[in-house]
Design a protein. Sequence first.
Length: 114
Amino acid sequence: MYIYNIDMDKPRIRLEARQKDLMRQLSQVGPWMEGTLVSTTRFCGKGNCACRREAKFKHPVMFVTGKEDGKTVSLYIPRNREAEVRIWVKNYKKAKELMRAISDVQKQIVRLRE
């Protein structure tokens, strides 16, 4: 007759509960975009703009930089999208954090060697 050892299952039950919680959190993360936000300033290119007359004056701009095909690329973010893109980049970092935590829990479950 097999006697079920409840003490051995406690770590697994705890880890599976943690895994389930992390998966729930991941499913609640909103839309995301991979990349790093970069804020800088630049000349706009309009000949009659103040940025052309005054060397100290430049327009604030935002880019998201990331890798595509092994090369670093920058994507210009229009001013009306900046707040939205900030949230997307933040969500990506949160999703990445959660995926890493889920992976760690999975490794711990495998190490139990039941």
